[in-house]
Design a protein around this ligand. Structure first.
Ligand code: GAR
Length: 291
């Protein structure tokens, strides 16, 4: 039951605890307040009292829950929750967030930043991460996703590059965008065709330099330093059938200091990635011409 709730609300185990705590305390506060108000009025116990109590509690519930949600840090969650409930009565539906699949096979620090960024958008959330796809069962991203309550799809080479390319799973999960964050396999043509202009990748260097097969993680930073570059940075681009050659979307750069090592450069690059990737994804998805 808790697993289903976490999946439905897209919350971590700790956030689920805070949400349930808010429901409990908010509900108790609202019952207590309802009784206090009715006791101040000259209404005898009976059917009328019960009806008024139910009406009062219904009206007080959103206010009480919102007050408690401020204390538990869940205000953003509950404003969206209450708006959705009100929408059911008024017939107005909240915009449905686009579902993202993150493909990753590393530690998953970018995946985590993206998940948290969209979780923290409250009722303005335009996307949710619904699936993490990995070819590496031991990757850090697997545990991270589990802690966030996001299902993980483990993929095998043969089926990824032939057969149905796991398109059925992507379809089942109603995935609209594919986000590569440290995914090292080439994306097969069938997936590119199924997600036209809907696949983004991040690369830890200023493309078109230092891209292509074998250029990932520390290999990239070592090559950049060995080439005596003054700057490195990050590139976010659409994905096509060639490694790191899709339409560029965004770049940010950092200086390479004297004595820079691949490790120190990796830290600067990671900082840039975490700062920009979630925001760039959001802007990409919300472009006016996107359906
Ligand atoms: C990121 O630096 C990303 O740019 C890189 O893998 C790292 C994943 O880190 N991607 C490539 O090198 C693709 N060619 P993370 O697992 O901590 O998010």
């Amino acid at each position: 039951m808790f697993r289903n709730l976490r999946k439905r609300w897209q919350v971590s185990p700790f956030q689920l605890f805070l949400v349930l705590l808010t429901f409990t305390l908010g509900g108790s506060l609202c019952g207590w307040l309802g009784r206090q108000i009715l006791e101040m009025l000259p209404i005898p116990a009976g059917i009328l009292w019960m009806v008024l109590y139910i009406v009062l509690v219904t009206l007080l519930w959103p206010i009480c829950v919102l007050i408690i949600s401020v204390l538990t840090g869940q205000y953003a969650f509950f404003t969206k929750y209450i708006r959705r409930i009100l929408g059911r009565f008024t017939g107005k539906k909240a915009a449905i967030p686009a579902k993202l699949a993150i493909f990753a096979s590393g530690t998953g620090s970018n995946a985590r930043e993206i998940i948290e960024f969209f979780n923290n958008q409250g009722n303005r959330r335009i996307a949710t991460v619904n699936l993490v796809v990995t070819n590496n069962p031991d990757a850090g991203v697997v545990n991270m996703a589990k802690n966030e309550g996001i299902p993980v799809l483990h993929i095998a080479k043969e089926r990824f590059f032939s057969g149905d390319n796991y398109l059925s799973e992507l379809k089942q999960n109603e995935i609209k965008y594919v986000i590569l964050a440290g995914f090292l396999w080439k994306v097969p043509p069938a997936i590119i065709a199924a997600f036209p202009n809907r696949i983004l990748n991040i690369h830890p260097a200023l493309l078109p330099k230092f891209g292509g097969r074998g250029m990932y993680g520390h290999n990239v930073h070592e090559a950049v330093i060995a080439a005596g570059e003054k700057y490195s940075g990050i590139s976010i681009h659409e994905v096509n059938e060639h490694y790191d050659e899709g339409n560029p979307i965004f770049q940010a750069q950092c200086e390479i200091d004297p004595g820079e090592t691949p490790q120190s450069l990796a830290k600067k690059i990671q900082q840039l990635e975490h700062t920009h990737y979630p925001r760039v994804i959001k802007e990409y998805i919300t472009k006016p011409n996107r359906g």
